[in-house]
Design a protein around this ligand. Structure first.
Ligand SMILES: [Zn+2]
Length: 425
């Protein structure tokens, strides 16, 4: 007797199986015939995937678009200044409300684990308290991993260092930083060194906003690789954005990529935001500002797509759908072969889960019973359609359902309904 059986779905690898759930665990993945269950979800012809994971988000700023004004230049720097104004006036309750609304959106999209940076550059630390409260509130359906993020610069902001350490003491999970926003390259490099030391001493993961710049001389990723190797942080360190790599000299990159691989650092490009923000000082030809995704993967570096922003000072759009993120990423990185397209889906599921270090993630017996049923035949079709999440199961409970995206047609001699599904081949 199972609590739930998800019947006849296609797994991302193309195999067909029933998934039996007992409590909060996957108890069986096989043909379950007429086995009894409290609830049976018919997934015949539909894709059944492990849940989506976002490795890079800003939950304290989300859904604040237009407050107190919009970002007129569209640049990273005006976004930081604008957020600086907003965080003075917003309340802890407002931050919690906005974040919980976003978590509702995420749950409806099957996005069940999020790493969020939390700004620690505010002496009241209200954002830290707010996000800790949200982490507790959503823990039964979304795993939130919180990064202590000194948005205004670990050294550049006079109290950032003390506040970041205090935030880690309060229970934030990951060490963050922003070396390219320090006053000088030297301060940026020193911040990388100290932040790696802090992560090593506390046994924590580290995830830096690193080289989010069009300046090819922004090379803090090199220092990060050196320090991660020195402190033995392999598998626990991430460079987010890495947009300067887009503009770097090719010979230098030929030395850099093996260093990143050797250090065991993962990379998180954020394609929606990178394509919107980078290259703003260029005329034409205009740089695209996405880091070198396929090139890093060819060196064995783990790369995951991140959402970064939804309706906030940096980005006016977004829905919490990791398929949108992967869809943009696959275009900008020109990942068009069948293997590369399927890899883009893997990046917003398994690769991102690996970056977060999620335990018991995936579709296997004994794993946490979290999964998504999509209105698509396979991962590539899910990307093409940004397919509806027909059912979302988190930790053994059905938490969201959506209808298929069928449209009714009124055309003589043509079908009455269409779904825009298209069989492979
Ligand atoms: Zn970010």
């Amino acid at each position: 007797m199972f609590d739930i059986i998800v019947k006849g779905g296609a797994l991302p690898d193309g195999s067909i199986a029933d998934i039996g759930i007992k409590g909060d665990r996957i108890a069986a993945i096989e043909a379950l015939g007429d086995a009894e269950a409290g609830e049976v979800i018919d997934a015949s012809g539909d894709l059944v995937s492990p849940p989506f994971v976002d490795p890079h988000f800003h939950l304290d700023a989300t859904l604040s678009y237009g407050q107190p004004r919009i970002n007129a230049s569209g640049t990273l720097l005006e976004g930081i200044a604008l957020w600086g104004e907003l965080k003075q006036v917003t309340t802890e309750e407002e931050m919690i409300d906005r974040a919980l609304t976003y978590c509702d959106w995420a749950a409806s999209m099957g996005l069940l684990a999020i790493r969020s940076h939390v700004d620690t550059c505010d002496d009241s630390l209200k954002g830290v308290r707010a996000m800790l409260a949200v982490r507790e509130t959503v823990k039964d359906y979304i795993d939130l991993q919180l990064v202590a993020f000194p948005q205004d610069g670990f050294y550049r902001d006079p109290t950032a260092r003390a506040n970041t350490l205090a935030a880690l003491d309060m229970g934030l999970d990951v060490v963050g930083g922003i070396p390219h926003f320090e006053r000088s390259m030297q301060d940026g490099a020193e911040s990388v060194r100290e932040l790696c030391r802090i992560a090593a001493e506390r046994g924590l993961r580290i995830d830096l906003h690193c080289d989010e710049s069009d300046d090819p001389m922004s090379r803090h990723i090199e220092t990060l690789a050196q320090e991660v190797t020195r402190h033995g942080l392999a598998g626990r360190a991430t460079g987010s954005h890495l947009t300067s790599m887009h503009s770097m000299d090719n010979y230098y990159v030929s030395k850099l990529l093996p260093l990143i691989a050797e250090a065991g650092i993962a990379a998180i490009p954020n394609p929606l935001i990178n394509i919107m923000i980078q290259g703003r000082h260029d005329t034409f030809p205009k740089r695209r500002g996405l880091t070198r995704v396929k090139e890093m993967q060819a060196h064995g570096i783990t790369v995951g797509w991140g959402q970064d922003c939804v309706r906030d000072p940096w980005y006016s759009l977004g829905t919490g759908d990791m398929l949108d993120v992967a869809f943009m990423g696959m275009h900008v990185a020109q990942m068009s072969s069948p293997e590369e397209m399927a890899r883009c889906f893997d990046m917003v599921t398994n690769q991102n889960a690996a970056i977060l270090g999620l335990a018991d993630y995936g579709l296997h017996v004994g794993a946490t019973a979290s999964l998504v049923v999509l209105d698509a035949a396979d991962p590539i079709e899910a990307l093409r359609l940004r397919a509806a999440r027909l059912a979302v199961i988190s930790k053994g409970r059905v938490i969201a359902r959506s209808p298929r995206m069928d449209a009714a047609l009124s055309l003589p001699g043509r079908p009455a309904t269409i779904r825009r599904r298209h069989a492979p081949g």
